[in-house]
Write a protein that binds this ligand. Structure first.
Ligand code: GDP
Ligand code: MG
Length: 434
């Protein structure tokens, strides 16, 4: 959608008359509808943008400014933003949604988000419809090292929710997240069960997890859940599958419930607070430096980062530092989501967009290689010689060709990092890429 919006903006690049504006708005309209923005929302938006552009004097700047402010307007609903803590902990959240929408994954992501911010979190496994559901939440909880409440002998989700709430209160948890069952489509039984849990537990908020890939249906089912149970916030999952990106633009406007978070990948760090002007900025290809800073500050240890920078400058970056950096990158989540935040990079960074820091074969080879090194070798990359390489080849199962390739990449990377740090960080990187 970013590309098609930029196309629309470019229609008034060389001309500044009504005809050019009409071309731009009709292009924009097409882009929005194609991305599954609701037609009513689209119409309102276009009218407002036309009006604002005309009154400011038609031109590319005024069009872009109108686009930005009207999109931000559209996304700003009254109500809470992000996660809101109750005055009396545990803040209790009921996670709802259709089956497969991403409830269990999002419960984990939210727990991880709160844990990174030093909160004590308990998740409760109240989806007893699917056999594997409890097991799935157990695995996620173990992966992010968050406590879980479950009871394999209990058949009644309400009783589990009650017991979880008791535990969370008694043991001073900050937050309790309750994962519930979904169905393939809205049915009465599901609604009654959720309503029962709601009435018994009295959660502080109910989140509805909507699958952005379902397009307009996401808006429809969210509306039904709002009418039948009452929801306080929407979390839009699978926003990384960018075909139907428009749901994010219309869902809160249509359902009249704020969009609180967006899920942008399958991994635990792939969850973001939904902040309208930041998303708009990204949507327009203008990046989101604030968002990037916030995301990294919760994960990157500043002291360590400074140490590494110093080492890089002195040319002392070694394999241990390299491993540290890799594990930090994996905590940041998918590369795709990070790139969208860097101004100017979103359009050009094709190849690194799909890089997966945990699972790529490349990274696995690098880890195997470093794993077979002695502590001394890890500290001092200069030690590498033919006999050491042969030993490492046997230990790591890599061929010598592969080893040489990785060592060369490592050398280039540390050289580039050194140049970068002397040329002024991100700016230096952009200069190099352009
Ligand atoms: P539930 O039935 O509502 O609990 O849904 P799950 O949490 O089991 O998720 C269903 C599938 O969607 C799983 O394969 C998840 O990995 C995937 N999923 C959830 N959220 C996201 C997301 O933000 N991005 C992507 N790409 N996949 C997601
Ligand atoms: Mg589930």
């Amino acid at each position: 959608i970013t590309g098609s919006i930029r196309n629309a903006v470019n229609k008034i690049r060389h001309q500044d008359d009504v005809a050019a504006l009409n071309k731009a708005t009709s292009e924009l309209k097409k882009a929005l509808l194609k991305a599954d923005v609701h037609h009513k929302t689209t119409k309102e938006l276009i009218t407002a943008i036309e009006l604002q552009t005309k009154s400011a004097g038609i031109g590319q700047d005024s069009f872009l400014k109108a686009l930005k402010s009207e999109l931000t307007n559209l996304l700003t609903t009254s109500g809470n933003q992000g996660f809101v803590f109750s005055n009396t902990p545990p803040t209790t959240i009921l996670m709802t949604g259709l089956q497969g929408s991403g409830k269990t994954t999002t419960t984990g992501k939210l727990a991880n988000y709160l844990k990174t911010r030093k909160k004590k979190v308990l998740v409760a496994a109240c989806d007893l419809q699917r056999l594997a559901a409890v097991e799935q939440l157990k695995q996620i909880a173990a992966q992010i090292d968050v406590d879980i409440y479950f009871d394999d002998n209990e058949k009644d989700p309400i009783k589990i929710a009650v017991a979880a709430k008791e535990k969370a209160t008694k043991e001073f948890y900050d937050v309790l997240l309750i994962d519930t069952a979904g169905r393939l489509a809205i049915d009465e039984e599901l609604m009654i069960q959720l309503k029962d849990i709601k009435d018994t537990i009295k959660p502080n908020e109910i989140f509805y997890v909507a699958d952005s890939l379902t397009g307009h249906d996401a808006t429809k089912t969210a509306t039904t859940f709002k009418e039948k149970i009452g929801i306080d916030g929407v979390i839009l999952s699978k926003y990384d599958g960018d075909t139907k990106g428009g749901v994010a633009l219309s869902i809160s406007h249509q359902v009249e419930v704020p969009l609180r978070f967006i899920g942008i990948g399958e991994k635990m760090p792939d969850l973001e607070v939904f902040i309208p002007d930041r998303i708009v900025s990204r949507l327009l290809g203008l990046g989101d430096i604030e968002g990037l800073a916030e995301k990294t500050s919760a994960i990157i240890d500043e002291k360590k980062a400074k140490e590494v920078t110093k080492k890089i400058k002195k040319g002392q970056f070694n394999f241990n530092d390299f491993l540290d950096q890799l594990s930090m990158m994996s905590k940041l989540g998918s590369m795709k989501s990070i790139i969208g935040m860097i101004p100017g990079l979103s359009q050009m960074a094709g190849p690194i967009k799909d890089m997966d820091f945990e699972n790529s074969a490349e990274i696995k080879r690098i880890k195997a290689l470093i794993g077979s090194m002695t502590p001394k070798e890890r500290e001092d990359p200069e030690l590498m010689n033919a006999s050491r390489k042969r030993r490492i080849a046997i230990g790591s199962g890599l061929s010598e060709v592969q080893i040489n390739k990785i060592l060369k990449q490592f050398k280039n990377a540390s050289k580039m990092a050194k140049q970068l740090s002397s040329k002024g960080g991100m700016k230096g990187l952009q200069n190099m890429l352009s």
